[in-house]
Design a binder for this molecule. Structure first.
Ligand SMILES: CC(C)(COP(=O)(O)OP(=O)(O)OC[C@H]1O[C@@H](n2cnc3c(N)ncnc32)[C@H](O)[C@@H]1OP(=O)(O)O)[C@@H](O)C(=O)NCCC(=O)NCCS
Length: 186
């Protein structure tokens, strides 16, 4: 149904637009505490989504992939990425977004997460994966749960490197507003 291909630096603007200027952006931005007036500019996005996510130079720290539909027409329909610079060895955090809600609710998110987990395990030896969607983002929670992630109480010290615990403990939606979803492979 879909495949993942490595995103390139020229894809970064698209990643920004699909996140902040899509038909789900108002919903998602509201959960993250933004209003239309405070939506980050592209330059701010680049300060968080660094070059290495798009040029593949630091696979030990993270990388971004495009989600491609692999039917007759190969359309780009979303982004998925992992981050690992802030967590202990063998652990990766995953996040994703589709281009638009037109593509949501068809099993694409579940499949993309499954593919990335398999790939990271096979090629880079990661064994523990987590995702932290907002509790109000039912579709995301359902999609990731369907991909084998389980709601777990977060003990930040078990996952984050000591120097990142304070910054990352509370998650992206304010203390207690996200679901810590965990998948461990043997
Ligand atoms: C979150 C996202 C990546 C999930 O991908 P997806 O392809 O839509 O998800 P799937 O179709 O694989 O699974 C969705 C699940 O939610 C269910 N679902 C579908 N529409 C739903 C809705 N409106 N409300 C709640 N659940 C819904 C589906 O039934 C499925 O669960 P089930 O099959 O176990 O019943 C995608 O919807 C998206 O990009 N949303 C906007 C951006 C976003 O929220 N990103 C995540 C930030 S953490």
């Amino acid at each position: 149904m879909i495949e993942l291909t490595e995103a390139r630096i020229e894809d970064r603007k698209k990643a920004y637009n699909w996140l902040f200027h899509s038909d789900f952006s108002d919903f998602l931005m509201n959960l993250e505490g933004y209003t239309r007036d405070t939506i980050p500019a592209y330059e701010e996005f680049c300060n968080e989504y660094w070059d290495f996510f798009f040029d593949g130079t630091q696979p030990e720290n993270g990388r971004c992939y495009k989600v491609i539909s692999n039917g007759n027409k190969k359309d780009e329909i979303g982004f998925i990425y992992y981050t690992s610079f802030h967590v202990k060895e063998g652990i990766a955090e995953i996040d994703m977004w589709l281009k638009s809600l037109d593509y949501a609710g068809k099993g694409i998110g579940t499949e993309a997460v499954n593919q990335l987990v398999d790939k990271l395990h096979r090629e880079l030896g990661f064994h523990t994966f987590f995702m932290r969607p907002s509790r109000q983002n039912t579709r995301a929670v359902n999609a990731y749960t369907r991909a084998g992630f389980k709601e777990t109480e977060l003990v930040a010290e078990d996952y984050y490197k000591p120097e990142f615990i304070e910054e990352y403990r509370k998650g992206g939606y304010g203390e207690g507003n996200d679901v810590f979803l965990l998948k461990k492979l043997k």
